[in-house]
Structures are given as structure tokens and as C-alpha cells.
Ligand binder design. Structure first.
Ligand SMILES: *Cc1c(COP(=O)(O)O)cnc(C)c1O
Length: 394
């Protein structure tokens, strides 16, 4: 059966919520993905920042294999060992106090918003319900998460959305201050580096002011690190570049290297309002996912590994900057670590399709930015090849 035949069958039975590229993948190894006809691609999408150790990673495979022979799942009515060790590691890496586990980024943000609203009701006032989020943000597809997402194109025909979520311009402290004066706020929610919106990092001064505003007004500060967390930027969490801490951080994507998992971490002051019955997840803290997470936390959380991510980032950005000098279509290079956005003045789908033709997977972010979020294990040779193929495609 060839690729076209599989796609035809897929079209008949899969809801077309994605405009998928006409590729059917079979397997991967390291940073290379192979389709069912044997064509190879260098993968700078990495499952959109999920496959942080690439494909077919020996150590991760081993841990997962061991766990499937023990138990795939056990209820949250009981404890399991990997959930406890994963939470301990996350607490240590984040500087926060308590974890809650679920299965995806959207669910993690749901948990964060529920936690913040409960906290505000109990420790601020009955009507402190407003959540202020950012324009051009992305927080996921469930109802609260899509309401918090500051991009109207994702909210079409879904009204009424969840009440009491407002959007302000990102990196604009004055706009945020005005919104906080106008509403009785439970929480401020933002991505330290906006991902889907186009790879826009928060400014340092801005985040410091936001932190202080939240302290002064008893507002829960939530960082969505679903994309920029888990070593992606060269620190385990992106906020660690800024010298501040949120009250709650959400994570998912890379946390279990490709096994579906999400979660939040919070400081004790806020976390204590989640008591038995306030929130739950059947699959959350599932031992298959949390044992994979343990391996990722040990590997990616290692300072030497994070240092390598920063070095590879420097190398990558240097190569892209050289390309920018000779290619007038490149307008800007943004990001941190191995979360890199290259803004171009050409149609991004044309460039993405050209890259695919030549054996390189990249994806878009925002209207005019090509996003590189490769496995964190990408080699310098693979970075060289990536930049070459990208240059040719431009
Ligand atoms: C991908 C993403 C989400 C949604 O995660 P899902 O696992 O698809 O629900 C939320 N926030 C950010 C910043 C993301 O990049």
C-alpha cells in the first residue's frame, strides 16, 4: 500500500481537524524520521517540542519496557512509586512545592486556572474571578484553555466562551496594569516565550514587573511552559532565565519524551487549595507516563545536558545569522535555546513545503515565522544540514 492510498483511507475515517502534509511516517531514530516509502527527513519539529530525546532512544525505551511489564496503569485511589519520584524531581528542578499530573497541555492549563480561581475565592474575594491572558498566546483547545488563547481564529463559532478572561498586549506592562485596575483579578497567565504566536520571548524587565504586581495585589501568576519548559531553552524551565518564579507553572509536551503527559507545579500557598475532590484525572500520574518522565527528568534535568542545549543553540543561531546576512528574506531570528523562530517575508507554507521536499521538517508559528524545535539531542552536523536545507528552500 502506498502513501496516497493510506491518505485516502485516512480521509474517510479521520476528522480533518488538521490540514496534514501528505506524508505517512513509519519510524524514527535520533533526529531522523522515515516515511513508509523509506524517505528520510531531519526532524526540526520533534512532534512540536515533544520528542526531546528524539526517536528510539535506548535509555527511554528501556525504562518504558521495564514499566510495561510491571503495570501500565493504577488508580489515583492509590500511590505508585514513579509518580512520587517524578514529583520530587520536578519540585527540585522548579523551586516550587507541589505537583499535580494530567495528560496534556490544555488540561494542565485547566488545572492551573481552576487552582487560581479557587485560591482567589478563598484568599482574595468572592468576585476575584478575572484571568488576564495575552494576545497571540496559545494555551490549548479545551473550553477554558481556548478562551485564554488570545487568537480569535481558534475561537470561531464557539461562543459563549468562558466568562471573565481578558486579553492584553504581551510585553506591555502599562496595558496589563490598566486591566488589573479594571478587573478583580484571580490570575495572570502567560507564556514566558510565546510559541504558537510566533516565538516571542518576554522581556526581562516586563516579567519582573509582572511578578511584583502579582505579589502586591495577591494575583496568582501562572506561566504556561508547555512548549518552552523541559529544557527547551537551555534551562529546565524558561522562567529560570529571568530570575523570578511563578506561583504556578504548567508543563506537558516534552515531559515524558513522547508518552502523553502534562501537569502543574505550584507554591504551597496556592497548591493547598486543591484538596480531595477539587480536581482529578483518571490517567494523571499514570505509572507508564511518570516512569518515562523520570527518565526525561534525570537526563534533560542534568546541568551538563542543559549546557549542551545552550551551546547547540548558539551554534544554530550563529549559522542562521550568517544566512541572514546573505539572504534578504530573513527578517528576524528570535527565541531561546532550541526554540528558534526565523521570521521571513515569504509565504511560510511555500517555504515549509520546499523544506519537506528537500527532506527537512519545520513548522510555522504565527503569520510569518518558521519554527525550529528539534529534539534536544540534535548534533552539530544535523544543525549544519538543517541550515543548508533551509537556505536552499528559501
Ligand atoms: C501545545 C501547547 C498547549 C496545548 O497542549 P496540548 O497537549 O495540545 O493540549 C498549551 N500551551 C502551549 C504554550 C502549547 O505550546
Amino acid at each position: 500500500m502506498n502513501i496516497q492510498e493510506f491518505i485516502k483511507r485516512g480521509d474517510q475515517v479521520i476528522m480533518p481537524t488538521y490540514s496534514r502534509f501528505p506524508i505517512v511516517f513509519d519510524y524514527g531514530d535520533g533526529c531522523i524520521l522515515t516515511d513508509i516509502e523509506g524517505k528520510e527527513y531531519i526532524d526540526c519539529v520533534g512532534g512540536i517540542a515533544v520528542n526531546c530525546l528524539g526517536y528510539n532512544h535506548t535509555g527511554l525505551n528501556h525504562v518504558i519496557e521495564e514499566q510495561i511489564h510491571k503495570m501500565l496503569h493504577v488508580s489515583n485511589l492509590y500511590w505508585n512509586v514513579p509518580m512520587i519520584t517524578a514529583a520530587e524531581k520536578l519540585v527540585k528542578l522548579s523551586g516550587l512545592d507541589k505537583a499535580f499530573f494530567c495528560n496534556s497541555g490544555a488540561e494542565a492549563n485547566e488545572a492551573a486556572m481552576k487552582l487560581a480561581r479557587i485560591y482567589a475565592k478563598l484568599y482574595k474575594s468572592e468576585d476575584a474571578t478575572e484571568i488576564i491572558a495575552m494576545q497571540d498566546s496559545f494555551h490549548g483547545r479545551t473550553y477554558a484553555a481556548i478562551t485564554a488563547t488570545g487568537q480569535p481564529k481558534y475561537q470561531k463559532n464557539l461562543s459563549p466562551l468562558m466568562p471573565d478572561i481578558t486579553h492584553v498586549k504581551f510585553n506591555d506592562f502599562e496595558a496589563l496594569g490598566k486591566a488589573v485596575e479594571k478587573h478583580n483579578c484571580a490570575a495572570i497567565l502567560l507564556e514566558p516565550i510565546q510559541g504558537e504566536g510566533g516565538i516571542y520571548p518576554a522581556e526581562k524587565e516586563y516579567l519582573k514587573k509582572v511578578r511584583k504586581l502579582c505579589d502586591d495585589q495577591n494575583i496568582v501568576l501562572i506561566f504556561d511552559e508547555v512548549q518552552c519548559g523541559i529544557g527547551r531553552t537551555g534551562k529546565f524551565f524558561a522562567y529560570q532565565h529571568y530570575g523570578i518564579k511563578p506561583d504556578v507553572v504548567s508543563f506537558a509536551k516534552g515531559i515524558a519524551g513522547g508518552v502523553p503527559m502534562g501537569g502543574i507545579l505550584a507554591c504551597d500557598r496556592v497548591a493547598q487549595v486543591f484538596t480531595p475532590g477539587t480536581h482529578a484525572s483518571t490517567f494523571g500520574a499514570n505509572p507508564l507516563a511518570t516512569s518515562a518522565a523520570n527518565y526525561i527528568l534525570d537526563t534533560v534535568g542534568n546541568p551538563e545536558f542543559l549546557q549542551e542545549v545552550s551551546e547547540k543553540s548558539q551554534y544554530f543561531v550563529q549559522k542562521l545569522s550568517k544566512l541572514k546576512e546573505v539572504n534578504p528574506h530573513i527578517k528576524d531570528i528570535r527565541g531561546k535555546g532550541l526554540m528558534i523562530g526565523v521570521e521571513i517575508d515569504e509565504n511560510i507554507s511555500d517555504v515549509i513545503n520546499q523544506c519537506i521536499q528537500s527532506g527537512l521538517l519545520v513548522c510555522g508559528a504565527g503569520h510569518s515565522t518558521i519554527r525550529f524545535v528539534p529534539p534536544l539531542i540534535i548534533s552539530k552536523e544535523e544543525i549544519d544540514q538543517t541550515v543548508q536545507l533551509f537556505a536552499k528552500s528559501l
